[in-house]
Ligand binder design. Structure first.
Ligand code: FAD
Length: 308
């Protein structure tokens, strides 16, 4: 392990963090990346729409990424970061590990790439089908449900828009509000789009668990809904509160970490990339943001006389 301060500490080794780490290592920057193994898409069967790697298993994509970073001299530590702080105008300190093994590391730049946590349905059957026939991202998995019978579990202000988006791929859609009421205007919009509605509470998802094929949704009352897939939209939350500790502003529209066009947050020297920032939540977008962050972190560390 390198002694002394790092040029950059990257927290999170998903597509955003690893892509940044690879570029930083290729810029010969002393980079330390924290890898704590629970990427957002760990339940996905394959990463869809990642050019050249469409369908690759998430764990394989990340394992290859870690190997590529290590092959370029980047250091990756498997540990959970539990504290970050700015110790001077020039340096940040990160603490990682358990109370017995805790270590502190300093760096001139920080990249937050810790991702989001999805709020998921808590009904029986959810885990059995998640990632195979139960999804949250139409951009990622809409193509796979072309012309299929799709249930949509959503009940906040985005429920109608989320449902309408899925009409790109199928007309056979039923919105499940799980006991929540819809407004008259929402009902009218859904009627115009010919989307069926079920308002009863959802109690279980059922189907062929060995094939991970969802077959029906069971309600507290009324007949089960036969379907081939379910999309849910119950919201997300930031995986850590490091942005808060450091004082980074959030984007007022979406509540994610605000960044400028260089991926720098409102705190000088702290960058953010991937799902925690306001762009589309796709693996390839996260990787691209990580690369952009690395380019600008490298530039910010380059002496003024060389910035010609
Ligand atoms: C079920 C599912 C299926 C998906 N399918 C697709 C798809 O088909 N195509 C697509 O493009 N996108 C897909 N996505 C979205 C895609 O996974 C995300 O956009 C992408 O993973 C975001 O990358 P990220 O690096 O920002 O965050 P993440 O991949 O979430 O990585 C963040 C990393 O930071 C780590 N971390 C968090 N806190 C700490 C800490 N304190 N210390 C150390 N490490 C920490 C986490 O453990 C994690 O490994 C899917 C998402 C889900 C949930």
């Amino acid at each position: 392990m390198i002694d002394g301060p790092y040029d950059c500490i990257v927290i999170g080794a998903g597509p955003a963090g690893l892509s940044a780490s690879l570029f930083l290592a290729r810029y010969l920057r002393r980079t330390l990346t924290f890898h704590h193994n629970s990427p957002r898409n760990e339940y996905a069967h394959g990463v869809h729409g990642f050019l050249g790697h469409h369908g690759i298993r998430p764990n394989e994509l990340l394992a290859r990424g870690r190997d590529e970073v290590a092959a370029h001299g980047g250091l990756i530590i498997e540990a959970c970061v539990h504290h970050v702080e700015q110790v001077s105008s020039e340096y940040f300190r990160v603490r990682a590990g358990s109370s017995e093994t805790e270590q502190a590391f300093t760096a001139r730049r920080l990249l937050l790439a810790t991702g989001l946590r999805d709020l998921t349905p808590d009904c029986p059957g959810f885990r059995e089908f998640y990632g195979a026939t139960v999804h949250h991202c139409p951009d990622c998995d809409g193509y796979e449900v072309r012309d299929k019978r799709v249930a949509v579990l959503a009940h906040d202000k985005n429920a109608v828009g989320f449902t309408a988006n899925l009409l790109t791929w199928t007309r056979q859609i039923t919105l499940l509000t799980d006991g929540h009421e819809l407004s008259t205007s929402e009902r009218e919009k859904l009627a115009r789009l010919e989307v069926a509605i079920r308002t009863e509470s959802v109690v279980a998802l059922d189907g062929d668990t060995s094939a991970q094929q969802l077959q029906r949704v069971i309600f507290a009352a009324g007949a089960p809904l036969e379907c081939d897939a379910l999309f849910f939209n119950l919201g997300t939350e930031l995986a850590t509160d490091f942005h808060e500790t450091l004082g980074c502003l959030l984007d007022p529209e979406c509540g994610l970490v605000w960044v400028d066009e260089t991926q720098q947050t409102s705190i000088a020297g702290v960058y953010a990339a991937g799902d925690i920032t306001p762009q589309s939540q796709l693996a390839i977008v996260a990787a691209a943001e990580g690369a952009m962050a690395a380019i600008h972190i490298h530039r910010s560390l380059t002496p003024k006389e060389r910035q010609i």
